[in-house]
Design a binder for this molecule. Structure first.
Ligand code: PMT
Length: 403
């Protein structure tokens, strides 16, 4: 059954350049099985045509409080009662202010006041100065205190030329929040997930090592997102300085060989294996017992190949659902597809890496590819993108276990 099957969602759209994203959100909600009714503010109609939303949802779109035609079919109070949940995306500073103050100036604000349904998610979109204004921040705090989920806004370039917080979050993130709400955040309840994260260090001598720039942030964010979906998570972490996410079993390792041992020890009973670690592909053939002295102009190191942990897990006869990462500096899609095939994976999440990109950064963008599908996840914070990736993993895992 589709995740939102039969759920009644009232989608409110307020004015802003991000209103075009509401069409994609409506499409995703319908695809997920939700019944969707759209209510637009009069100004939102200047940004996206109601006909588009009507075609996507198969339902008339409403934008007026006193509308004799619509009121004779489903009156606004009836619509308020019909809604199981209310989403508003994009949400202007004005809408947030009206709702915080309990105003009923137009159809959408009236419905928010008249409905017993939770105003679940509000996705703000506005100029960065409007978002930062103390009045908006106080209104947002008021909504949060009433348990309204505020998603975003994202940080970035704005249509007005400014840069800062104010961009509406991606529709996929709003969908994920709604799915979480209806699934009670337990899509992976009872599933054991083994996850690698961070770098490995391959010692050259007692003071030096070969390593890489992985901070562990992506993998640790995934561990939290998996726990939020009810999974039992074993996190095998290379040397990083991050705190252990709540309810996660953590095993610290240093080298690729130790990581491999920890993975195989933890694997029995695992339904899913996710390899997010940046494992060193090679290790020094010998480790000097004492600090190597700079006695020569050049130094040649002999390296030997480390085992590919992910490929070994994917080759097991009774293997878990296997998700790999691909860190690429160029031709991301081509290399990721090749790794998906070569390593025999169920899914791969590819990211471009470089200076302040992928590695170490607080945000990331991913191209997720699986057999028969792909989805690009736009740049956003690692916790946000981890929540989306976990939803995609749960989708494909469910699809595979259903067959
Ligand atoms: O830790 P952060 O700073 O947050 O950065 C996140 C990240 C960029 C490290 C992460 O998003 C990421 O891309 N991780 C995979 C990095 C990597 O090593 O990619 P790869 O293309 O070299 O390896 C492909 C896959 O094989 C990966 O799933 C890797 O974990 C796995 N592998 C690789 C080599 C090896 N010996 N064993 C493996 O299991």
């Amino acid at each position: 059954m589709r995740p939102l099957h039969g759920h009644r969602v009232l989608l409110g759209i307020t004015a802003g350049i991000a209103a075009y994203k509401a069409a994609e959100l409506a499409r995703l909600l319908v695809k997920d099985g939700a019944e969707v009714r759209v209510v637009m503010t009069r100004s939102a109609v200047q940004f996206i045509g109601p006909m588009t939303l009507q075609a996507i949802t198969g339902q008339p779109v409403r934008d007026a409080l006193f509308d004799p035609v619509h009121e004779s079919a489903m009156g606004h109070i009836e619509l308020a009662r019909w809604a199981e949940v209310i989403l508003v995306a994009p949400a202007t500073a004005d809408f947030i202010a009206q709702t915080a103050a309990g105003m009923a100036h137009d159809l959408l604000s009236t419905l928010c006041l008249a409905s017993a349904a939770p105003l679940l998610v509000v996705a703000p979109a506005m100029n960065q100065a409007m978002w930062r204004h103390p009045a908006t921040q106080a209104n947002v705090a008021l909504l949060r205190s009433r348990e309204v989920t505020i998603l975003g806004p994202d940080h970035g370039e704005q249509a007005c030329g400014d840069t800062g917080p104010g961009r509406m979050v991606e529709p996929a993130l709003i969908l994920a929040a709604l799915r979480d709400r209806f699934a009670g955040g337990r899509r992976l309840a009872g599933r054991r997930v083994v996850l690698t994260a961070g770098p490995t260090r391959e010692a050259l001598d007692p003071v030096r090592f070969l390593g890489n720039r992985s901070s562990g942030k992506m993998g640790f964010a995934l561990a939290s997102a998996l726990v939020a979906q009810g999974a039992e998570v074993v996190l095998i972490a290379g040397p990083v300085t991050l705190a252990t996410p709540v309810a996660v079993e953590r095993i610290d390792v240093e080298t690729a060989l130790q990581m491999r041992d920890a993975v195989f020890t933890s694997l029995p009973g695992a339904a899913i294996f996710i390899a997010c670690a940046a494992v060193a592909d090679f290790r020094p053939a010998t480790v000097a017992e004492q600090k190597i002295k700079k006695a020569t102009e050049t130094l040649t190191l002999e390296l030997i190949r480390n085992p590919d942990i992910l490929s070994e897990v994917a080759a097991l006869a009774d293997r878990p659902f296997c998700v790999g990462f691909a860190a690429e500096t160029h031709d991301v899609e081509t290399y990721a597809e090749a790794k998906l095939m070569a390593k025999g994976l169920d899914m791969i999440a590819a990211n471009q890496v470089g200076v302040s990109q992928g590695f170490e950064a607080d945000d990331n963008a991913l191209l997720v590819i699986w057999n028969g599908g792909r989805q690009a996840l736009a740049r956003q914070s690692k916790p946000q993108i981890a929540a989306l990736l976990v939803n995609l993993i749960a989708d494909q895992f469910d699809a595979q276990t259903a067959t």
